[in-house]
Design a protein around this ligand. Structure first.
Ligand code: UGB
Length: 613
């Protein structure tokens, strides 16, 4: 590949003059770069003696980029050239495929089938590992901290990471109890971080004693960024502020597969007898309500890959699960990303593209990127691919001839593209659940959320929190509690349903059957109420709540809460997202909680207790 800046002689001279500064490994890397058409990187290298440390630091970065990509930079540059050529030629990545609506396992919360799947799932949890992808900065949300530190809801202030860890620990306990007497296994928990999130994630864990998890149970795997590309020849981009640095950008959540593979963890898990790996994202406070049943589906249907899905609104920023049939007969069920679904549909006979059907939803189920992968077949596949996932490139061109980019681009990959390389014999399925139960991410800033078309979910901090109260209220209703209807309220320009603020620790109940077993007699909760249950053995019996009730109890304290609880409760007060005097995590949700009056009881001794005011 010829270079266009500087003559080969210049490049060779610049580099040749400096070779003596470099270690033998660095010399090899420099030669590789020149051979791969990257001589421009040395164009402005001065004579030896000038900025020598910077030159060596440059090759250190090259070594890191080379080591962290399957196949090294040679592979990266070759793939980039191919993908950039396809992009320039306007080649559709789904060329030859016709989309259609796939059929999956649709679950209905609380029915016998659901309860059965949940029980199966909880039994399986002992043999599972959980993987959270949390390397993204969340540009759409615009929050300054890491997203896993945000509160899931402001009634208790529990952050996402704490909620996830407590949910895994609660499932670990529940699984052990169901399997009676079986040895309790510490479920492995991996968090994929990036340079943008790593230190702050570690700090959050360390300052909170890992939220009750054993530190050895948690493993952080940091993804590296990849080199940026300046043009269709895949010339690596030099950082505009530092000529000794290659510009880098995130490679996407698909990195999780190669990191798990190269870390050796998959083999360790396999040797320990684990069977499942569950992947999930950084801000979905509902997810763990869906996990037991979905894992039950995986085990029952023997799925190698099971994606969780919810009904999708047309143009919602979640991918569509699609059956793709190739002209040559091949088929696959795969996520088509939200920005690709509309063009694919239009190109294949759906004249209106990504629109709702008569049901009011897109016919394509929405991918919520919760994947359950069976470990054995996963290792087999990764042994072949080393975890490399099919990549894509999305350059923003300056000109119609597509010869130059507005800004540098890079290759990206998505974790849900894992099934793309699987053989047709692989058992790939998906499970659809109600959105109210399974999906309420926090992705959009208040301004953008307020612009979401009416009827589509906001995916904001406001809607994410309100979804927790709604899901808990609906679950209790299903279990027989009389829960008042919600009130409509507007926060940060978003109209949402405000249900009673009901929250519980994961240990209180991980399945519908457990919720049901903890609710007896005739219970009622008014709309203005708040109820917080922090304890495993708290039972509601003939409780009438109109106000705020907070109960905390150790595992060995069995508490029956009944009678009539009435007080002023906790009020919700509007806050404007532009009010800089309010902490960021409060103002992005548009309200704060004013704790007027409550009944608060703590049980820290073992025994049986009755709360009956
Ligand atoms: N993430 C990383 O860990 N590393 C990265 O380099 C990038 C992200 P976004 P996105 O379910 O809501 C996905 O940005 O990519 C983590 C699916 O592709 O929140 O727009 C990041 O920290 C889409 O099909 O989402 O869309 C976060 O935890 C749909 O399912 C996660 O990856 C959508 O999520 C997702 O990153 C959804």
């Amino acid at each position: 590949m010829a270079t266009t800046v500087g003559s080969t002689a210049d490049i060779n001279r610049n580099l040749r003059n400096n070779l003596s500064l470099l270690s033998p490994d660095q010399v090899e890397l420099a030669k590789m770069l020149v051979e791969m058409g990257q001589g421009h990187l040395f164009d402005n290298w001065p004579e030896p003696g000038v900025e020598d440390d910077d030159k060596r630091a440059f090759l250190d970065q090259v070594a890191r980029l080379n080591a962290s990509y399957p196949g090294g930079l040679v592979s990266y540059i070759k793939s980039a050239r191919e993908l950039l050529a396809d992009s320039k030629a306007g080649k559709n990545p789904f060329d030859g495929f016709t989309p259609s609506v796939p059929s999956g396992e649709a679950l209905s919360y609380g029915d016998d089938n659901f309860i059965q799947f949940e029980e199966t799932g909880v039994r399986q949890v002992q043999d599972a590992a959980f993987v959270l992808v949390a390397g993204g900065l969340g540009e759409r949300l615009g929050y300054n901290g890491i997203k896993v530190a945000l509160p899931v809801e402001s009634t208790t202030g529990t952050c996402f990471l704490q909620h996830y860890i407590e949910s895994i620990l609660a499932l670990q306990d529940a699984s052990c109890r169901l399997e009676q007497g079986a040895r309790q296994r510490a479920i492995p928990f991996v968090i994929m971080t990036s340079d943008d999130t790593h230190l702050r994630t570690l700090q959050l864990l360390e300052t909170n004693a890992y939220f009750g998890m054993q530190p050895t149970q948690v493993k952080l795997l940091k993804q590296e960024k990849v080199a940026c590309l300046d043009d269709n020849d895949a010339r690596l981009a030099v950082d505009p502020h530092n000529k000794y640095k290659i510009q880098t950008k995130p490679h996407g959540h698909g990195d999780v597969h190669s990191l798990l593979y190269s870390s050796g963890l998959l083999k360790t898990w396999h040797d320990a007898g684990l069977r499942w790996v569950l992947f999930f994202q950084d801000t979905n406070g509902l997810l763990f309500k869906a996990i037991p049943a979905a894992l039950g589906v995986s085990a029952t249907k023997k799925y190698h890959v099971n994606s969780l899905a919810v009904p999708r609104k047309a143009k919602e920023a979640i991918g569509g699960i699609t059956k793709l049939t190739h002209a040559d007969g091949r088929t696959m069920v795969i996520n088509v990303e939200y920005n690709q679904l509309d063009p694919l549909l239009r190109a294949t006979g759906y004249a209106d593209g990504d629109v709702n059907s008569e049901t009011g939803y897109s016919p394509f189920p929405g991918n919520i990127n919760q994947l359950i992968i069976e470990l054995g077949p996963y290792i087999e596949e990764l042994t072949k691919t080393r975890g490399a996932i099919k990549e894509f490139v999305n350059p923003k061109y300056k000109d119609s001839a597509k010869t130059s980019f507005k800004s540098s681009t890079r290759l990206e990959c998505m974790m849900q593209d894992y099934p793309k390389t699987l053989p047709p014999t692989a058992r790939v399925g998906f499970t659809v659940m109600d959105s109210w139960l399974a999906y309420a991410p926090v992705k959009n800033n208040p301004e953008d959320a307020a612009k979401v078309p009416k009827g589509n979910p906001y995916h904001s901090a406001t809607s994410g929190e309100m979804a927790i109260y709604r899901a808990n209220s609906l679950s209790l209703r299903k279990a027989g509690v009389q829960v008042d209807d919600p009130a409509e309220q507007v926060f940060n320009g978003q109209e949402v349903e405000v249900w009673p603020r009901i929250t519980w620790k994961a240990k209180w109940a991980t399945t519908f059957a457990e919720i049901k077993s903890k609710v007896n007699g005739s219970c009622s909760i008014s709309q203005k109420s708040t109820m917080v249950l922090k304890g495993r053995n708290i039972f509601l019996e003939d409780l009438s709540l109109d106000g705020a009730l907070i109960i905390e109890a150790i595992d060995d304290a069995e508490v029956k809460a009944g009678g009539s609880v009435q007080n002023k409760g906790w009020a919700i007060e509007n806050v404007d997202y532009r009010d800089a005097s309010v902490p960021e995590e409060v103002r992005i949700r548009g309200f704060r909680i004013n704790k007027l009056e409550q009944l608060e009881k703590t049980y820290s001794e073992p025994g049986k207790f009755s709360l009956n005011p």
